[in-house]
Design a protein around this ligand. Structure first.
Ligand SMILES: [Zn+2]
Ligand SMILES: [Zn+2]
Ligand SMILES: [Zn+2]
Length: 332
């Protein structure tokens, strides 16, 4: 399968409770896929990493939504556009009205030309002439409040909401954001995986286990392992933890055996793949992980130890009795 966190993402889309995962940029300038973060565990990385992994596997389709700029100083996402003074780079500037007295060439802010309170008369602050609007050129300019320099075109800048770093747009890292939807392949994949999990849960329930799917196991609260399935038989003091994966690799074997060791459980790994390479089976053997697979008739079967072909026609009812054993793991 995928990690329990990623599987939860797919389940939201598959069940239609969420149509797609869309990015938002928070007030602090961080990109968030809000619903995604609540579903993931520490094993899944950031929400963007988890979604990208699923997209690379073809389970999700990504569609362009927007671009953001990442702060070159502190790596915070979502820098914001701001204008700055071309002389001193201060951002404390404003766009205001300027008058130019055509005959003496003096240019200044409109406020400098205003007469006494309440009168409509304008005076040139340079030559003191009384002016009417026909003698003045009226323009809009930017004025820097730091260095008092008026200017026509401001500098384009980006600023970081987190560390307040200011830079030219080309200095920031451009990052493309996508929204993610379930593909047809993703939908099928999800169904195969969850039906395998349900199948295994049913088998274990039939055998008297108390089964929890999509759960965490832990000895102490601080070190919790998300697993696809946890089964307990309190009477015989047996516990099983199981993960379901389309393909198996050493990391997945290591993970389930570590999770199992934590609570003295038996590790199972159910794979949809009926061709697991010998070196993987070897590692499973060494780590004490029982390898199961689902055949075309939807029956769960057990891989015999290395060297044996899996014997078809014998289903889990026979196989799992040896997998689970009647003694607890410590005794075996
Ligand atoms: Zn920054
Ligand atoms: Zn300035
Ligand atoms: Zn003048």
């Amino acid at each position: 399968m995928s990690s329990p966190g990623k599987l939860r993402l797919l389940s939201k889309l598959s069940e239609g409770s969420i149509e797609r995962f869309e990015p938002t940029v928070t007030d602090e300038g961080r990109v968030k896929y809000t619903e995604v973060e609540d579903l993931l565990t520490r094993l899944d990385g950031t929400s963007r990493e988890a979604l990208n992994t699923l997209a690379e596997r073809g389970l999700l389709a990504q569609e362009y939504t927007t671009k953001i700029y990442v702060c070159p100083s502190c790596q915070t996402d979502g820098m914001q556009y701001i204008t700055a003074c071309p002389s001193c780079d201060a951002t404390n500037t404003l766009r205001t009205t300027f008058f130019e007295h055509e005959s003496c060439d003096y240019t200044g802010e409109s406020i400098e030309f205003e007469g006494e309170n309440g009168t409509d008369t304008y005076y040139c602050p340079n030559c003191k002439d009384e002016l009417d609007s026909s003698e003045m050129d009226i323009t809009q300019k930017h004025l820097c409040k730091e260095c008092s320099e008026p200017f026509e075109r401001p500098n384009h800048r980006l600023w970081c909401l987190d560390c307040l770093h200011l830079c030219a747009p080309e200095k920031a890292t451009e990052q493309t954001l996508y929204q993610y939807e379930l593909t047809e392949d993703g939908k099928n994949w999800y169904e195969v995986q969850t039906s395998a999990r349900t199948r295994l849960a049913d088998e274990l329930t039939t055998r008297g286990f108390n089964v929890h799917v999509d759960t965490n196991v832990h000895k102490d609260e601080n070190k919790s392992y998300p697993v696809h399935l946890h089964a307990e038989d309190d009477l015989l003091n047996h516990q099983i933890v199981a993960d379901i994966h389309s393909t198996v690799n050493p990391d997945k074997l290591r993970y389930i055996s570590t999770a199992a060791r934590e609570i003295q459980a038996r590790p199972l790994l159910l794979t949809i793949d009926d061709r697991v390479p010998d070196d993987i089976l070897q590692i499973a053997n060494e780590r004490g992980v029982t390898m199961l697979w689902v055949d075309r008739d939807d029956s769960i079967r057990r891989y015999e130890s290395l060297g044996d072909e899996h014997r078809s026609g014998v289903n889990i009812i026979d196989r799992l009795s040896s997998a689970v054993g009647l003694t607890s793991r410590e005794g075996s």
